[in-house]
Design a protein around this ligand. Structure first.
Ligand SMILES: Cc1cc2nc3c(=O)[nH]c(=O)nc-3n(C[C@H](O)[C@H](O)[C@H](O)COP(=O)(O)OP(=O)(O)OC[C@H]3O[C@@H](n4cnc5c(N)ncnc54)[C@H](O)[C@@H]3O)c2cc1C
Length: 369
């Protein structure tokens, strides 16, 4: 039996970013079911940071996070939000949410938008206007995970891969956690198991939050020879539709922004969602997608109110929730890790979060009790 200060379940971006901070306060073990970090949602995301998020709390967490997302984990890249026919009010909504944190955002005419992404159609099914954020961030999930892994190891803590947690019980003010090869004792267990976070609560006999994993599909495809898309902005419709973003010079990533409820699992793309992704891009652009370079799916896991949760369970001493990061878990990870550090160690609430008006109550699991 190993005794540790903080036992973190899940080596996705949530678990690793929090663990790297907690390792400054005590000995941490991060336990991951898979053979390496980031196999599930964190390694399957589109990895872009922007403010087109409906919830003010998520925008505030993003604002606190952007200054902490630096090279090599993040680099500046513009984001373009396009309105298709009928999406005028969506464009106003996105702009209003944006202006609070990014006042330099600019309205563009459809011609100006087409000068940035020349394949966008006008006329029927075409764009009617756009919003440009020149200060978006392209994220590198692998670099972010690696940075946290190095910080964790440098602080003398460790990651156990291929170590699924199989049981948890609370005895004498400690959690006893079993994996196939080892048992651990810790005063604090951090549940950062992504789509499986409610499964972990079930194992621990803790009330579930009602987390909802939603499958989302991504395709990549090559653009015609000679076309260089590397400087194109991340381009997203303001209402239902799709987003595309460059993957190097001659390849685009596309997503139809689908959401299908799923059990926690190794999500796989469904044929109809792959077809939908290609169709939506072909409808709104002059691109044809005769074949795919790759395709995948991942689970974006939401709380019932689609806001993240970070804090001790009100009924289960030492059981700490860090879950429900939905479609914004990479771009909010620095702020969420700061929150987790403060709440799990009892340290002062971070100035970075105070500055954007985020309070512990807004993240507390007590709101589901
Ligand atoms: C298609 C797609 C596009 C996205 N685009 C963006 C984007 O552009 N920007 C953005 O910010 N976010 C985006 N996201 C969301 C982001 O990826 C997630 O919010 C984030 O990765 C969640 O991180 P996590 O650590 O909570 O979950 P995960 O990365 O899923 O990590 C949870 C880990 O827990 C482990 N685990 C589960 N059960 C156990 C157990 N019993 N024992 C041990 N380990 C266990 C799992 O193996 C897994 O590795 C996207 C997601 C998807 C799917």
């Amino acid at each position: 039996m190993q005794t540790v200060d903080y036992f973190v379940i899940g080596a996705g971006i949530a678990g690793l970013s929090a663990a790297a901070r907690l390792a400054q306060h005590g000995r941490v073990v991060v336990c991951e079911a898979e053979g390496s970090p980031g196999v599930h949602a964190s390694g399957r995301s589109a990895a872009f940071a922007h403010f087109d998020m409906d919830a003010p709390l998520v925008r505030a967490l993003t604002a606190a996070s952007l200054p902490l997302l630096e090279e090599p984990g993040a680099r500046r890249h513009p984001a373009l939000f396009i309105a298709l026919e009928g999406q005028e009010s969506d464009l106003d909504r996105v702009e209003a949410g944006y202006r609070e944190w990014q006042p330099d955002v600019r309205r563009l005419s459809s011609d100006e938008a087409r000068s940035l992404v020349p394949v966008l159609r006008d006329g029927e099914n075409g764009i009617i206007g756009a919003l440009l954020d020149e200060a978006g961030r392209k994220l590198d999930a692998h670099a972010l995970l690696e940075g946290h892994r190095h910080a964790l190891l440098a602080a003398g803590s460790e990651i156990a891969t291929q170590s699924p947690v199989t049981s948890l019980r609370h005895e004498a003010a400690h959690w006893i956690v079993d994996t196939p090869g080892n048992s651990y004792s810790a005063k604090v267990v951090v549940n950062a198991a992504g789509a499986w976070a409610d499964e972990i609560a079930r194992l621990a006999g803790v009330a579930l939050l009602g987390l909802i994993p939603l499958r989302r599909t991504v395709i990549t495809f090559d653009v015609p020879d000679g076309m260089d898309v590397s400087a194109w902005p991340f381009t997203k419709t303001v209402g239902p539709g799709f987003y595309i973003e460059p993957e190097g010079r001659g390849r685009l990533l596309a997503c139809p922004m689908d959401e299908h409820p799923s059990d926690p699992c190794d999500a796989q793309p469904e044929e109809e969602d792959i077809a939908l992704a290609a169709w939506r891009v072909e409808q709104a652009t002059t691109l044809a997608i005769p074949r795919l370079a790759s395709k995948w799916a991942g689970l974006r896991t939401f709380t019932p109110e689609r806001l993240p949760v970070c804090g001790f369970d009100p009924q289960a001493p030492g059981f700490f929730w860090l879950a429900g990061q939905g479609g914004f878990g990479l771009q909010t990870s620095p702020a969420m890790a700061l929150a987790a550090e403060a709440l799990a160690t009892g340290a002062k609430w971070p100035e970075e979060l105070q500055a954007v008006g985020v309070t512990p109550d807004q993240l507390s699991p007590s709101r589901f009790a």
